[in-house]
Design a protein around this ligand. Structure first.
Ligand code: HEM
Length: 401
């Protein structure tokens, strides 16, 4: 692929988008991609500035919906209506109000109180793995752990997460995939409707029974802050969706990187405290955030390029996290790197609400695997999922030597 194009559907870019993105970072840091019909921004400095620039809007759903022909609009009406309640697609002042409500339901204290549960769940999964000769690390550990944690936080039955994971998986390509699978709109639409209906019932039931869990807290805070029923249901779906997909990718990508760099793994085994900065380096080196999408609210200039109102802008966080203008030896995996100003949780107003939970889960998960499965090895090719916005290992065959 030449440096003059970026097409995330190109198999080479899908497998490893970094080489082409880093070439663009040097030669064309504000790049027009005909394949994406949008601008691709790759430098750390530019992305950091643009994440704080109110000329870019997080509301990319309405312009997308408006651009569709009428028959295609019908096909996505359900998923767009549902996602439109999510804080991630809002600008101020709506964003500010909704974010304040959600932040109040997931405080540092709430997160810290989860430590014993996360620890016990990680040990339970590791012990189950310990009896198997060959297994997929993603299916047996990276996927179930965050699902167990979010189910516990929301006081949902564990088996509900199988269904929720299926719906999330159906919505994921719509939210963040580069591939143009013909039925991705219809599948996302059906899943959003089903997941919305499921959580509507949960919210109704929780209103009746009360409780202390995340959903009960959301209902209480949402009601006193005059959120509509639809917004409360949307917030539940967002927290459950965001709360497990990305954390699975942190744990999966993280373990892949640690197996690739066994010296780092040994450091964590010998000094478990090192896992804290190792998780930050994993977030930078091969984190779950590929890119973030915005829409220009007005005509603007970036590095002399004219971005027209309504055009999409792809902020390629994964590339920014490898920008040599900010990170010394960016291609070196250094678990002691400090400072480490990666952008994996965003930087501006949309900074990840679950960052401290994700960090805690990542630290406990990787520390327990390193400590209790010291002979864990890769046992086949690792497959990354086809995504542009999120980046995650889909399958990771492993064995215990
Ligand atoms: C390693 C795991 C995670 C990563 C890398 C991650 C990353 C991100 C990023 C990059 C954003 C900004 C999206 C944008 O600006 O378009 C975001 C937003 C968000 N995240 Fe996370 N996230 C993770 C885990 C979680 C968890 C565990 C939760 C909740 C339980 C969560 C809840 C949210 C919410 C509610 C937002 C929207 C915030 C806003 O728009 O103001 N995330 N996350």
């Amino acid at each position: 692929m030449s440096v003059s194009t970026f097409d995330p559907r190109d198999p080479a870019a899908m497998d490893d988008p970094l080489p082409i993105l880093l070439r663009l970072q040097d030669a064309d840091p504000v790049h027009w991609s005909p394949a994406l019909r949008g601008w691709v921004i790759t430098r750390h400095e530019d992305i950091k500035a643009l994440l704080r620039d109110d000329q870019l809007s997080a509301d990319r759903l309405v312009p997308f919906y408006d651009s569709l022909p009428a028959d295609e609009r019908n096909a996505v009406a359900g998923v767009v209506r549902h996602l439109n309640t999510w804080v991630s697609f809002k600008d101020p002042p709506e964003h500010t109000h909704l974010k304040a409500c959600l932040s109040a339901t997931l405080t540092t204290r709430d997160v810290q109180s989860l430590r014993p549960y996360i620890q016990a769940a990680a040990v339970e999964l590791v012990e189950r793995i310990g009896t198997q000769a060959q297994f997929d690390f993603i299916a047996e550990f990276a996927r179930p752990l965050p699902a167990m944690v979010i189910a516990h936080m929301c006081d949902l039955p564990r088996d509900a997460m199988d269904q929720i994971r299926y719906w999330s998986g159906e919505m994921r390509p719509f939210i963040g995939s580069a591939s143009a699978s013909p039925d991705k709109y219809a599948r996302a639409d059906a899943a959003a409707r089903a997941m919305g209906a499921y959580f509507q019932d949960v919210v109704r039931e929780r209103r009746r029974t009360g409780g202390e869990d995340l959903i009960a807290r959301l209902i209480a805070r949402g009601t006193s802050s005059q959120l509509s029923e639809e917004e409360i249901v949307g917030a539940c779906v967002l927290l459950v969706f965001a709360g497990h997909e990305t954390t699975t990718n942190l744990i999966g990508n993280g373990m892949r990187v640690l197996l690739q760099f066994p010296r780092a793994l040994r450091v964590i085994q010998q000094q478990p405290i090192a896992v804290k900065s190792a998780v930050e380096e994993i977030l930078r080196f091969d984190g779950p955030t590929g890119g973030l999408v915005r829409v220009a609210r007005a005509d603007c200039q970036v590095r002399g390029k004219h971005i027209a109102r309504g055009q999409r802008v792809f902020l390629m966080v994964h590339a920014a996290n490898h920008d040599p203008r900010v990170f010394r030896n960016p291609d070196v995996f250094d678990i002691e790197r400090a400072p480490n100003p990666h952008l994996a949780f965003n930087y501006g107003a949309h900074f990840c609400l679950g960052a401290s939970l994700a960090r805690l889960e990542g630290q406990i998960a990787l520390r327990e695997v390193a400590r209790r499965l010291p002979t864990l090895r890769l046992d086949g090719p690792v497959r990354y999922m086809d995504t542009l916005v999120m980046r995650g290992v889909g399958e990771m065959p492993c064995t215990l030597e």
